[in-house]
Design a protein around this ligand. Structure first.
Ligand SMILES: N=C(N)NCCCC(=O)O
Ligand SMILES: [Zn+2]
Ligand SMILES: [Zn+2]
Length: 321
């Protein structure tokens, strides 16, 4: 077969050219980007962590990476909202899926950390596609081994700083408590955005604050506006290295039905995408996008929202000027 025609800019190998190869055909990598073995240098690696053995409610996020990739076929090379061509300013690749043991949470966490560390030897930045939110913990272990403790901007309906479930410490409701305890977070620079819904107890929020998080709850979105939220984030993280964790359930179930623990009253995709666009001015070192569970999705609503979240994150990582 002849070489597949790609949109290329200088040394950066981009997407399969959708004006020459139908976008519903051809490789199923994220945004139809190349694999690592097709390029010499890597700036950003997208990688799947298809693990969902630590959920408290509906399973299925193990199929998230494949669903996000399949929903990313329509993404085009130029992002007018950020005025950047994200795949022409940096080499972005899809490194496929990590192998994760579905029967051992401990082993899976070790595999995700080792896989991410190995990628970081080649790529400056990673974007991990979950998987349930547990995958943020091993990813943060790998990231902080390179950058030290990081500021975390966490988009979620849920705090995910709870302690244990059924006596288990490593679950999708506990990654940020473990990360804080392990010293992976810069406790002066973390915040959650989009928190809503019932808690277990009023003390959950106090404990969360002690672990290093400020909260921008979903109910404050209208009063603050996108610009107000962006400012809260900017002031909190400053020039620290920033890790962004996006649980797709931060979106209202109307915009993201395909997830395991949905809560009413969330962000619109327009709000979330607008906030992420402002991150071009932050020092992004890595990100995850988790909790996409296609079995509960319809017409790729959640998958498309997730693909655009990934696109804005990668665009924000692109060097400017
Ligand atoms: N990370 C997500 N999506 N959900 C955590 C919910 C934990 C709970 O059931 O209390
Ligand atoms: Zn959540
Ligand atoms: Zn979460």
């Amino acid at each position: 077969m002849d070489e597949i025609p790609r949109v290329t800019e200088g040394r950066y190998l981009g997407q399969v050219d959708a004006t020459l190869v139908p976008r519903f055909a051809g490789p199923a990598t994220f945004a139809r980007l190349p694999r690592p073995d097709e390029v010499s240098d890597v700036d950003v690696a997208v990688v799947g962590a298809p693990f969902d053995s630590a959920v408290t409610y509906r399973p299925g996020a193990r199929f998230g990476p494949g669903h996000i990739r399949e929903s990313s076929r329509l993404l085009r090379p130029y992002n007018p909202a950020q005025e950047v061509a994200p795949f022409a300013r940096q080499q972005v690749v899809d490194a496929g899926d990590l192998v994760v043991n579905p029967f051992s949470i401990d082993e899976a966490l070790g595999q995700i950390e080792a896989g991410t560390r190995a990628l970081l030897e080649r790529a400056g930045k990673v974007l991990v596609l979950g998987g349930d939110h547990t995958v943020a913990l091993p990813t943060l272990r790998a990231i902080s081994s390179v950058h030290g403790p990081v500021a975390v901007v966490h988009f979620d309906a849920h705090l995910d700083t709870w302690d244990t479930y059924f006596g288990a410490a490593y679950t999708h409701g506990t990654p940020f408590r473990r990360a804080s305890e392990e010293g992976l977070l810069d406790r002066s620079g973390c915040l959650h955005v989009g928190i809503r819904g019932p808690l277990y107890d009023a003390s959950d929020l106090r404990a969360d604050g002690e672990l290093g998080f400020q909260v921008v709850p979903s109910v404050e979105l209208d009063a603050l506006g996108v610009a107000g939220v962006v400012e809260r984030i900017r002031v909190r993280v400053g020039d620290r290295p920033v890790y962004v964790s996006v649980d797709v359930d931060v979106l209202d179930p109307a915009f993201a039905p395909g997830t395991g623990t949905p809560e009413a009253g969330g962000l619109t995709s327009r709000e979330l995408l607008a906030i992420l666009r402002s991150f071009a001015s932050l020092r992004l070192v890595g990100a995850d996008l988790v909790e996409v569970a296609p079995a509960y999705d319809h017409a790729q609503i959640t998958g498309i929202a997730a693909a655009h979240v990934a696109y804005e994150l990668i665009s924000a990582m692109a060097p400017r000027g």
